[in-house]
Write a protein that binds this ligand. Structure first.
Ligand code: C2E
Ligand code: MG
Ligand code: MG
Length: 895
């Protein structure tokens, strides 16, 4: 099945096959699912890594920034503290004689925006300040830091951001205690720093929106912060004050801890010398912006990969499903094929050739076979599969199998029938092999043709045997002869073909019946068989013809001797048909190889010609073939063909010879005598063709033509008003034999309205005698029509008057040889006289034929012969001339 052909499965069948092959299908989603997982894991790993790197970078950044800021704070606070300490020193030294306003003017203390220094007295009232003091300055004595310092010197004290007493804005307060000379509390140096001042000193490079930088007290209390993107000063960014352990730290803080809800990476660093912490917060959002792009990109890649994998999985599953279905289909086909082959009457083999280095097939591997195929080999199928052919049939392999396989592989096909020697009766003896190349292998079909072969052999035997004598027949002879001749040709020896024909065998068949005829043939065959030597053969060609082939003849004499013995073998009469003794003779024609022919048909033909010659030369003879015999035969064959043509071309016509009353000369009858008007040779007399026509049977249609023409002519004369006389027609023994005369006569007479008394039939004496058996009935039938019967040429045969009487003949036509002799003397006259006396005694009329002279007529008148016919009266004449004679009626020449 090609890939484009649809599979002949229903949906349910497909579902069934696919569900039972789930593993093959699921392998795709499983493998590709794993790949997708790996892809996504990879993507996540990369993302996580990047995220980690970002946070690490963020932490590093935050840490560095925090440290720098802490250092900055340390420095600034250090500077402020330095100023405070130097002011304290001057204050105490000068017992309070310090004027900050002066100091500012002289640049001893900074007058930076956001930074103010004020000295308050022990009551908390401002004494001097970098800011101009008003009239109603309020006391700070209620402030916590004041109270703390008053109670005890606290060193440098940082306060929480508080609303400045004077600035009214949130400020950070740094304070130191002033002591008088006695060391009693004498006031404070208060530095108020606006938170923005603390954040203004930081370096914001590298920070983005939402990032912040802030300062805290070491205990976590918020001091100042600045967030990028919002007001320069900002309140606390964190919801509550975290404890930031020293000396530094990093932490990712959830958005919930920030006032703006943003998650941040926090780095902090404690100032080295002061309880202050620099704090840097990097908004995760900023950090993750690039990361998110990258994450997006990676997700897209992973998604695209997943879609691709999904597609591949889908395609793969589709492909696998198709493969599964195809495989199932192939399995179904194979199962069906196996079922078919197993139930088939043929044996099947699939062979794979094994080659040597020269690419020559040296053996074949049995890839598959069905049970029947294995049975033909006589081995179980399981024992054959995978075996080499040579191992399964060592004897037949080289001689039978290998050559056939080589031819089949080369030409694509090989077929033959092989005889398989088998000891087991169940096993076939004959196999028909068909080998067909199929791809790289050979498909072999074996069919048991034993029955057909045995039948064929039986048919062959039947076809080659004659069922009557069980001798070989003509078919066998013709197929056997070539080998015999070939052998003789090689050995340079002689082969004789003897054509034996039983003479007058037909008489046996006719008189005693076919069963007796067959019996005689069998008996004759037995006698012939007894004469031939081993190596010679004898066959019956059909009818009464036998052929004997002498393959071991040494010389011509030897052959003639055998022919003589064959003829002699029949001399003793055969006892057949329940005790009848019968004698037959044989005519033998002989042809010799190589002298008379080189092949079977020629030798047989020549032996046949020689046999014919033998028969013509007198029966019971043999004759060797000569070339001249062939020529004679050729002539005969030509004449026969001409005769046949003449019949068709209506070349025959009738002459009529009158018969007269001897006493009065009145025309009593006339005889129709046939002539052949040959287009080249002119008018041919009947003696030249009647015997030939009798031999080949053409006399029957010719005889019918004569009867028809005679009747038609008689009717014409009658209708012309002529005084017609009876007309006699000559009929051959062969016509009587065929029993065709009475029917033909009856038909023609009826057609032309002719009275039977007007027709006579002449039949020769010899024929009359021979016909006593079967033909008696036909003669009786003719007589029954009312037609008279005459014996023609009486005196030439051996009939007796009693025989003629039995046949109920009406008259005798004495042969002209007797008429010719009557004038010779009293002896010949006496013979004629005796015939006349006897014939008259049994009531038969006598016609003298061939009356040529007045003397003969005169003598016949004296003898009181009834009728005369002859040239003296009239030769046979054409119809027109006879019409004249009819009118004349009295035909004796007027002397
Ligand atoms: P046949 O029946 O004995 O006929 C008489 C033959 O003697 C005729 O020869 C005739 O011409 C010849 N003949 C008559 N008068 C004389 C005579 O005075 N002297 C001599 N020497 N001969 C005389 P034809 O016509 O040549 O016939 C020869 C034979 O051919 C016939 O002998 C007959 O046996 C046969 N024949 C002729 N026509 C037919 C026919 O239609 N059917 C058959 N079956 N045989 C025929
Ligand atoms: Mg005649
Ligand atoms: Mg005659």
């Amino acid at each position: 099945m090609t890939s484009t052909q649809p599979l002949p499965f229903s949906s349910a069948e497909k579902l069934h096959y696919l569900s039972s092959n789930l593993r093959a299908l699921l392998v795709w989603p499983v493998v590709l699912g794993a790949l997708a997982t790996a892809l996504w894991s990879g993507a996540f790993w990369i993302m996580e890594n990047e995220k980690r790197a970002i946070s690490q970078r963020a932490f590093a950044n935050a840490s560095a920034q925090a440290r720098a800021y802490a250092e900055q704070l340390d420095r600034i606070i250090g500077q402020i503290d330095y100023i405070m300490l130097s002011l304290k020193y001057h204050w105490q030294k000068s017992a309070g004689d310090v004027l900050l306003e002066e100091q500012v003017k002289q640049g001893l203390v900074p007058a930076a925006a956001g930074l103010s220094i004020t000295i308050v007295d022990r009551r908390g009232m401002p004494v001097t300040s970098t800011l101009a003091l008003g009239r109603n300055e309020a006391s700070i004595r209620e402030r916590d830091y004041f109270k703390s310092h008053r109670a005890k010197d606290q060193g440098l004290l940082f306060s929480k951001p508080i609303d400045g007493m004077r600035t009214k804005r949130p400020v950070l307060i740094l304070s130191r205690r002033l002591d008088d000379a006695q060391g009693a509390f004498d006031g404070l140096i208060v530095v108020a720093i606006e938170p923005a001042y603390l954040t203004s000193i930081a370096d914001y490079t590298g920070l983005g929106k939402g990032d912040f930088m802030g300062a805290r007290r070491a205990d976590g209390v918020f001091l100042a912060a600045r967030m990028i993107g919002v007001e320069p000063t900002a309140g606390p960014v964190l919801m509550e004050d975290p404890v930031l352990p020293a000396p530094a730290g990093l932490e990712k803080m959830a958005g919930s801890r920030f006032v703006d809800g943003r998650t941040r990476y926090i780095g902090w660093h404690h100032a080295r010398n002061y309880p202050m912490v620099g704090l840097v917060g990097l908004a995760e959002q900023n950090l993750m912006a690039a990361y998110e792009d990258r994450q997006h990109e990676l997700q897209l890649i992973a998604l695209a990969g997943s879609v691709l994998l999904l597609l591949v999985a889908g395609t793969g599953m589709g492909y696998s499903a198709l493969r599964v279905l195809r495989r199932e289909y192939a399995r179904e086909v194979e199962t069906a094929y196996r079922l078919a082959t197993e139930s088939a009457r043929e044996g099947f083999y699939m062979l794979r050739p094994l080659y040597d280095r020269q690419r020559q097939i040296v053996d074949l591997l049995i890839e598959d076979c069905n049970e029947r195929g294995a049975f033909y080999r006589g081995l179980p199928r399981a024992e054959l599969l995978g075996k080499r052919l040579s191992a399964t049939a060592p004897l037949l392999f080289q001689s039978h199998m290998l050559p056939a396989c080589r031819v089949a592989m080369e030409k694509g096909f090989y077929e033959d029938e092989v005889h398989v020697p088998s000891h087991e009766s169940r096993q076939p003896q004959w196999l028909q092999r068909r080998l067909e190349r199929s791809g790289m292998g050979l498909a072999v079909t074996l069919r048991d043709i034993t029955d057909a072969k045995l039948q064929q052999e039986a048919m062959h035997r039947l076809a080659n045997a004659d069922p009557v004598t069980m001798l070989p027949n003509r078919h066998w002879l013709m197929s056997h002869l070539p080998a015999t001749l070939e052998q003789a040709r090689g050995a340079g020896t002689l082969v004789a073909v003897l054509f034996v024909d039983l003479d007058d065998f037909k008489n046996v068949n006719d008189t005693l019946g076919h069963a007796a005829g067959d019996e005689l043939l069998r008996a004759a065959a037995l006698r012939f068989k007894a004469l031939v030597r081993p190596g010679d053969s004898i066959a019956r060609l059909g009818g009464d013809e036998f052929t004997i082939v002498l393959a071991s003849a040494h010389s011509e004499e030897d052959v003639l001797h055998v022919a003589g013995r064959l003829i002699a073998a029949l001399c003793d009469p055969f006892t057949i048909g329940g005790g009848t003794r019968h004698t037959v003779q044989a005519s033998v024609g002989i042809s010799l190889f190589p002298r008379d022919g080189n092949d079977g048909p020629t030798l047989l033909k020549h032996a046949d010609i020689a046999m014919y010659a033998a028969k013509t030369g007198g029966k019971g003879n043999y004759c060797l073939y000569r070339r001249s015999l062939s020529d004679i035969l050729l002539q005969r064959v030509t004449r026969q063909a001409e005769l046949r043509h003449a019949l068709e071309a209506d070349q025959f016509e009738l002459y009529y010879q009158p018969r007269v009353d001897v006493a009065t000369g009145e025309m009593t009858s006339m005889e129709a005598l046939v002539r052949w008007r040959h287009p080249q040779r002119g008018l041919i007399p009947p003696d030249d063709f009647i015997s030939l026509a009798e031999e080949n049977g053409l006399i029957v249609p010719l005889g019918e033509q004569v009867i028809a023409k005679a009747c038609a002519q008689l009717a014409l004369w009658r209708d012309a008003g002529l005084p017609v006389v009876p007309l006699s027609v000559n009929v051959s023994a062969r016509q009587i034999d065929r029993a065709s005369v009475s029917a033909c006569l009856g038909g023609c007479m009826a057609r032309h309205g002719i009275d039977p008394s007007q027709i006579e039939v002449e039949i020769t004496e010899s024929a009359t005698v021979a016909q006593e058996g079967t033909a008696g009935a036909e003669l009786a039938a003719i007589r029954a029509l009312g037609v008279k019967l005459y014996v023609d040429d009486f005196g030439t045969g051996y009939s007796s008057l009693s025989q003629l009487k039995r046949l109920d003949m009406d008259g005798l036509k004495v042969d002209q040889s007797f008429t010719a002799q009557i004038a010779n003397g009293p002896e010949d006259l006496a013979f004629f006289t005796a015939i006349l006396a006897m014939a008259h005694a049994i009531g038969m009329r006598i016609v003298a034929e061939g009356v040529e002279t007045a003397e003969q007529l005169h003598l016949l008148q004296q003898l009181q012969c009834d009728e005369a016919q002859g040239y003296y009266v009239s030769p046979p004449v054409p119809a027109e001339e006879l019409a004249v004679l009819l009118t004349r009626r009295f035909l004796f020449p007027r002397t």
